[in-house]
Design a protein around this ligand. Structure first.
Ligand code: IPD
Length: 265
């Protein structure tokens, strides 16, 4: 078995068990605490599910690094680091909207999204039961279906997913950016989980996704899904996807949305 196939098996099993644990905790009731700003929340389940994923990864691959949303990073001695969001879409999770996911990526190289190479990515929505998975050069998959981005976007424009930051200080620039994108959009979707937005680009359910301010664990697995589904992913002009910007779309539409966003200072 290749390293990527082995890591994919591990990530898939752990994502499924972690997602099912989170779903069980949701049925039992959700305890909420505030994080960076009032709208940025964490549930007891986020922390418990990350601890579960971390312990399972440590048992399977003790030399690997860990970089997750809810706990301290741990450096890799194998060259592989796991980038984990235990519950992406925490607000949906707290409200009971069935659009949240466990996102797990394995990356090689530095534990910095500007430098790493993702080799495996899985995004699991426990409510729908959908497990999106990708390995570098091995394609992106949903069950037995190989995923492919939409590349034909007609004159009505693309169906564009995006996200809004929690910090009120980001709201005005976020809305200005949205106004610049509207001329190339047939409509907008704000689903509430960046990993699922990226999985939706990979699956051709939306034509594009962009967002400023996401963290590496929100997009590490989803970016690989899009790339392996034949899409393009970038960041701020000429840069890689990161906190500054993530843009993902099929090659035929990417330039139009990147141009609309590039007018930013
Ligand atoms: C958030 C979601 C949301 C996006 C935010 C993320 P979290 O992640 O992905 O869709 O707009 O930027 O922080 O906090 O639910 O893990």
């Amino acid at each position: 078995m290749t390293l990527a196939a082995d890591l994919l098996d591990i990530a898939t099993r752990i994502a499924r068990e972690a997602g099912d644990l989170a779903a069980r905790r949701r049925r039992e009731g959700v305890e909420i605490a505030t994080k960076s700003v009032a709208a940025d929340i964490v549930t007891a389940a986020d922390r418990e599910v990350e601890a579960f994923i971390r312990a399972e990864l440590e048992r399977e691959r003790p030399e690997d690094g860990f970089f997750g949303e809810e706990s301290d990073a741990h450096e890799s001695s194998s060259g592989v680091t796991w980038v984990v969001d235990p519950i992406d879409g925490t607000v949906n999770y707290a409200y009971g909207i069935p659009a949240w996911a466990v996102s797990i990526a394995a990356v090689e190289g530095s534990a910095d999204p500007a430098e790493w190479t993702a080799i495996v990515g899985v995004v699991y929505n426990p409510v729908s039961g959908e497990m999106f998975r990708a390995t570098r050069d091995g394609g992106a998959w949903l069950g037995e279906e190989r995923l492919a981005v939409n590349d034909q976007v007609g004159p009505a424009g693309g169906l564009v997913a995006t996200g809004f930051g929690y910090d009120p200080a980001t709201h005005a620039p976020t809305l200005e950016r949205l106004a610049r994108v509207m001329p190339v959009a047939r409509d907008i979707r704000r689903i509430g989980a960046a990993s699922l937005d990226l999985a939706s680009v990979a699956a051709g359910r939306v034509d594009a996704y962009y967002e400023k301010g996401t963290n590496p664990w929100d997009h590490a697995a989803g970016v690989l899904l899009v790339e392996e589904a034949g899409g393009m992913v970038g960041g701020s002009p000429g840069g890689r996807p990161g906190k500054g910007m993530v843009i993902a779309a099929g090659p035929g539409f990417y330039g139009r949305i990147a141009d609309a966003l590039e007018t930013e200072e």
